[in-house]
Design a protein around this ligand. Structure first.
Ligand code: G3D
Ligand code: MG
Length: 275
């Protein structure tokens, strides 16, 4: 698999080629609706912080989680470097030749009683073909969206990436974290995407996802090159994944729930700010 040639593909082209027009709508629509709302009500964000406190302090029995997590984002933003940094030198993964993806597992403990196992999937190229997309996304329970802070375009397509994820994983809306990578280049005076733009996106999105799906969306600035905040990024996603699983556990069983498509689920959401 020639990664370089994939990276050279126009970022917009790489997604638009593959996403059915209809599929593209869901998360994209959600964002279109909330993007101009004011950030005046931050109650939900406060609630999110409370959630984290509960996760870390609770008196539950030991919980064990295994999650398939996919790394998504344009080429050359640092996904593979981030994964290497997280796994360290002793990385031993497996390579799935048919789709050109690596996957590897790592265990961690969140709080005192949550044993988590990350199964991280990383594609050599972009999921341009339908069969690749299916294998890559199916069963994913979480995602790390990576953008390059020195490349504004690498953040602009976030809604298409999340739509693609939510529409192809067979489960619907799942937690993701937004990673602004290559922060080390700020110190060298390179112009970078501001934290404010990313924060605004994640806070607004969290207000919706917390209410509907029981998880928030966090963002974090990393340097895969120096290792800065890399572990924290994965742990932060883990907290949202636990919150989501607990939310699902409180819902009626799948078989008792009316079946709605991802698109319908998203389109039915009312803006919390309109109430
Ligand atoms: P991808 O997997 O998203 O396609 P890669 O991206 O992990 O292959 O990284 C693309 C290039 O960005 C690599 O440079 C890599 O070293 C660099 N990179 C990744 N993360 C960082 C970071 O945090 N800081 C800096 N300064 N560079 C980073 P090369 O030159 O090897 O192509
Ligand atoms: Mg890569």
């Amino acid at each position: 698999m020639n990664e370089q040639s994939d990276n050279n593909q126009s970022s917009r082209e790489s997604i638009e080629d593959t996403v059915d027009k209809e599929d593209e709508e869901s998360f994209h629509d959600l964002w279109e609706r909330i993007k101009d709302t004011q950030l005046s009500k931050l109650d939900e964000t406060v609630e999110l912080l409370e959630d984290e406190k509960i996760l870390l302090d609770d008196n539950r029995m030991e919980d064990v989680y295994t999650w398939k997590i996919v790394l998504i984002g344009e080429g050359a933003v640092g996904k593979t470097t981030l994964r290497r940094s997280f796994f360290g030198e002793n990385f031993t993964g497996e390579y799935l030749q048919t789709i050109g993806a690596d996957f590897a597992t790592k265990e961690d403990t969140i709080g005192s009683k949550n044993k988590v196992k990350f199964v991280i999937w990383d594609l050599a190229g972009q999921p341009r073909f339908k069969n690749i997309r299916k294998v890559f996304y199916t069963g994913a329970q979480g995602a790390i969206f990576v953008c390059d802070l020195t490349n504004q375009d690498s953040f602009n397509n976030i809604t298409q990436w999340i739509s693609e994820l939510w529409n192809n994983n067979n489960v619907g809306p799942i937690p993701f974290i937004v990673v602004g990578n290559k922060v080390d280049l700020r110190e060298e005076g390179v112009l970078t995407i501001s934290d404010k733009i990313i924060n605004e996106f994640t806070i607004k999105t969290s207000q919706e996802t917390l209410k509907r799906y029981g998880f928030g969306i966090k963002s974090i600035i990393t340097s895969a090159k120096t290792g800065y905040n890399v572990n924290k990024a994965f742990r932060s996603l883990a907290i949202q994944l636990i919150a989501h699983e607990r939310h699902l556990a409180k819902q009626p069983k799948q078989s008792e729930r009316p079946r709605v498509s991802t698109k319908d689920a998203v389109l039915k959401i009312d803006s919390p700010l309109e109430k």
